[in-house]
Design a protein around this ligand. Sequence first.
Ligand code: SAM
Length: 282
Amino acid sequence: MTSFSAEWLALREPADHRARDQALQNNICEQLETVARTEQRAVRLIDLGCGSGSNLRALALRLPAQQHWTLVDYDPLLLAAARAALIGWADQVVSDNAILTLRKSTKTIEVEFAQVDLARDIERVLAWPADVITAAAFFDLVAEPWLVRFCKALRVTLYTVLTYDGNEQWLPAHHADASMLKAFHAHQKTDKGFGVAAGPDASAIMKRELAARGFQVTLAPSPWKIDQAEAAFMRALATGSAAAVRETGLLSTQEVEQWLAARVSAQHCSIGHWDILATPAQ
Ligand SMILES: C[S@@+](CC[C@H](N)C(=O)[O-])C[C@H]1O[C@@H](n2cnc3c(N)ncnc32)[C@H](O)[C@@H]1O
């Protein structure tokens, strides 16, 4: 199992929320406003690979007043971290049973937690009632055959953010940047539990597969822009990249260590992602 620590997810959360493309986010919020107005019910979202619940925290205040979220992950520790983080984030906990009901500002948010291995059971999850399937920083982990399965089974709007696109720029430049990035891309394509990961190719595969099934697909860039105001995040990011490159064995230990020593104090870095909104044909 590829594990992501709650500490890492918390460090990246501000950059994740800033990076999201605003036009796509506004579009999905408007779609869900229409559902709430015409059907007079809570809007339903399923968040794939929810981690500690960052995607809900990014979106909930922009969505209609009544919301029902199902947070899906295979990691029980992250699901517990999500419950705790959401309770800490809310203004009020209305009830904390199988369904956690929260109030935040003018919103009433019901949250269910589902421990599911999405590599195996994606079709079962996509059959649950939902207006939108959403995910953040998830789709670069999965493999092309899994993406084809996913796109075949998808029946509702998909809104996914922060799929790694392979572009990185660190300033000031370092002589090992290009070889480190090449090795990092090789690591991106290792198996993360779904078969050989699509990594930076994931968004193009999704676009192709969803368009072929009649979805209207829009991609928008959502790069992280990080500087030393987020020194701890920059350090964690560089350390994580170096660890991934070490696993590939493609660069010498010395090269990786020299790059890392320079990168923990980089002035700026930009890491590319795509956000995708895909709406099914009516
Ligand atoms: C990069 S993290 C993103 C977490 C969260 N969406 C966020 O934006 O902070 C990827 C998430 O996918 C989950 N994940 C990875 N493989 C999975 C699988 N096979 N089934 C369910 N969840 C999985 C991980 O546990 C992790 O929470």
